[in-house]
Ligand binder design. Structure first.
Ligand SMILES: C[S@@+](CC[C@H](N)C(=O)[O-])C[C@H]1O[C@@H](n2cnc3c(N)ncnc32)[C@H](O)[C@@H]1O
Length: 425
């Protein structure tokens, strides 16, 4: 770690990029128009500031309450930390003084948003391979990176957990808590199953809220509630297990795949659990599913899917048309009907945005980051209208719907739905 160890090579590289930033990357000062020049400089600076902010926040050297970073004391590598502070000073985020960097008002805003950098930086293993992904053989990149090594999974899931807490938890609880507030406990779910549970934040938050805020919470001794995390990532399984065990929440964490609900049902049956008696939830996982051309749960061809101006890339680099992707999503929903018929699916999902709309809100939206990181790593976010269409043709109806992100980014970034099957209503 740069600030924990003495690493002369990394320190030297930091000095080089600091000087390049100071020299505005040698982009001629008189270039017109001004705006694109500034945008290019911001992109180049971003390559340096983003990993630096991740480093500083992970090591608790910078957080929203930080007033100053003392680089001369309590640090194994004061020279590197001073150079890092000089890089932040280039952004106007700190003023470097004698042995200390004082955070400016602009820096305080940057510190408040610093964890947003965790998402793009978690994808560095993929981003380092972009040239090969675009112009080489994508399958060799996928093979070389190995299973789930296209990103720093721990950084990614801690970031996702943060997003859940900051943005989704209240509307999500607004949808879920009424399901645990009726007096007829037998009609309530026995389990909550979170497919792709990440760091377990959602399961932890939901169990705590049910216990503290619902009728079920006062009668958990009569009808316990088991929180089940399903995860293909061993890192995520370990973190979720430790987290829920640490706060005494009854739980089970198993390996599994959101693309294969049939195997999930069988795996839970081996634990003596009935997966149809669960409230199934997921956040930001459906777009991370495996694309399965010609999967069994096909949907009837009831007209075309809504227009979507984007193609997708399968792991071998083959293009997947918008219509094929929309139909795969519908088939995915359809495959979940048997498990969701009693209590439904509560789905929080991240969405793509139409490129024209994204261009009109450039600077406010995270669309280009999300399109790039997801596009290069065979993930398939679609626009909200396509998502709603896929659920509908698969036989689901949304009982409750929330849209998040419009105010800050100018378009819907996340939706929350409680999908139920038609036969349930
Ligand atoms: C963006 S993270 C979201 C984590 C968590 N749901 C949250 O929002 O905080 C995506 C998660 O889905 C998991 N995942 C990826 N592919 C999956 C699959 N096919 N089935 C189930 N989970 C999957 C990843 O391991 C990762 O933990």
């Amino acid at each position: 770690m740069l600030f924990a160890d003495h690493d002369p090579e990394a320190e030297e590289e930091l000095v080089v990029v600091r000087d390049l930033m100071r020299a505005e990357w040698h982009v001629p000062a008189g270039l017109r128009p001004v705006a694109p020049r500034l945008q290019v400089l911001a992109h180049l600076d971003g390559h340096i500031t983003a990993p630096l902010m991740v480093h500083l926040t992970k090591q608790s050297l910078l957080n929203p309450a930080t007033e100053s970073i003392p680089f001369a004391v309590d640090c194994a590598n004061p020279r590197a930390l001073k150079t890092a502070c000089e890089i932040l000073a280039q952004q106007g985020w700190v003023i470097v003084d004698d042995g200390v960097a004082r955070v400016t008002p602009l820096g305080a805003v940057a510190a408040a948003y610093a964890r947003q950098y965790w998402h793009p930086v978690s994808y560095l293993p993929t981003l380092r391979n972009v040239e090969n992904l675009l112009f080489g053989d994508p399958s060799t990149v996928v093979a070389a990176l190995g299973e789930d090594a296209h990103l720093d999974r721990e950084l990614d899931i801690v970031f996702s957990g943060d997003v859940f807490t900051a943005t989704c938890s209240e509307p999500f609880l607004d949808v879920c808590l009424p399901l645990f507030d009726s007096s007829d406990l037998d009609r309530q779910p026995a389990l909550v199953i979170d497919s792709g549970c990440g760091d377990g934040t959602l399961l932890h938050t939901l169990h705590t809220a049910i216990r503290e805020r619902t009728a079920r919470g006062t009668r958990l001794h009569e009808r316990p509630l088991l929180m089940v995390g399903v995860e293909p990532s061993p890192v995520a399984r370990r973190i979720t297990d430790e987290r829920l065990a640490g706060v005494g929440i009854p739980h089970l964490v198993i390996d599994g795949d959101i693309t294969d609900p049939y195997s999930l049902g069988r795996a839970l049956a081996e634990h003596g659990l009935d997966a149809t008696d669960a409230l199934h939830v997921s956040k930001s996982v459906i777009h991370d599913r495996n694309f399965r051309a010609g999967r069994p749960d096909t949907v009837p061809h009831t007209g075309r899917s809504p227009r979507m101006l984007r193609f997708f890339a399968a792991p071998d680099g083959q293009a997947v048309s918008p219509d094929a992707m929309a139909r795969d999503l519908a088939a995915h929903f359809r495959s979940w009907r048997h498990l969701a018929r009693r209590h439904g699916l509560v789905v929080i999902e991240a969405h793509a945005v139409d490129v024209t709309r994204a261009a009109s809100v450039n600077g406010s939206t995270l669309a280009s980051d999300l399109d790039a990181t997801h596009g290069y790593s065979h993930q398939y976010p679609v626009e909200p209208a396509v998502f709603a269409w896929a659920a509908e043709v698969a036989g689901f109806h949304s009982l409750r719907h929330h849209e998040l992100g419009v105010v800050n980014s100018g378009h819907t970034m996340l939706t929350i739905d409680h999908f139920t099957t038609r036969e349930e209503r």
